[in-house]
Design a protein around this ligand. Structure first.
Ligand code: SAM
Length: 167
């Protein structure tokens, strides 16, 4: 994993194609104790420090019911990452791995995901444990942990489809 946007032995960067606008908007901001990548956890822990997720207007109403879930999946934009490496050397030893075989923050679309423990909901702010991002990281989305969530909409045929029909 690139620690400070440096290029290491045998790492390969490319010139990324021009960005297309997927229409993302940041819906909030994450406050954490970490201001440097060198001190930030590689993966969050559920016994880690409490972090604060602030939801921006007009999205606060979308938090309705969120308190029912002990765990949430958080998606965030790793905004201080480079985005041009195809091969990376996490151990900085000349051995490389493909970007898509890593959970490194360096990726073409630097989206981070974490399952967090929900500690409290205070109006437009969630207090959680289990994050691994820098202070000020933009929030893309949050949703219930899939293992806790059951679809509320009525079932539809695809829900029961298996892969053994020869296709
Ligand atoms: N848990 C997420 C995942 O698996 O998708 C992210 C894992 S990534 C290995 C976590 C690392 O990303 C941190 O240790 C830090 O080095 C880096 N990082 C955190 N916040 C960042 C940000 N806003 N911009 C760039 N890098 C960041």
């Amino acid at each position: 994993m690139v620690r400070e946007n440096e290029i290491r032995e045998n790492e390969v960067s490319i010139t990324p194609p021009e960005a297309t606008d997927a229409g993302l908007t940041f819906i909030g901001r994450i406050s954490t104790p970490w201001v440097s990548r060198l001190g930030c956890p590689r993966q969050g822990r559920h016994d880690g420090p409490i972090c604060r997720i602030e939801i921006f207007a007009p999205w606060v109403e979308a938090l309705k019911g969120v308190e029912r879930f002990e765990r949430l999946e958080i998606l965030y934009w790793l905004d201080r990452s480079r985005r041009d490496l195809v091969l990376q050397s996490p151990a900085n030893n000349g051995e490389t791995h493909g970007t898509f075989a890593l959970r490194s923050p360096v990726r073409p679309n630097p989206i981070g995901t974490s399952i967090v423990q929900l500690e409290a909901v205070e109006g437009s702010v969630l207090l959680v444990r289990g994050l691994d991002c820098l202070d000020g990281t933009p929030l893309i989305d949050l949703k219930p942990d899939r293992t806790l969530f059951k679809p509320i909409a009525p079932p539809q045929p695809g829900d029961f489809e298996t892969g053994d029909n020869g296709t």
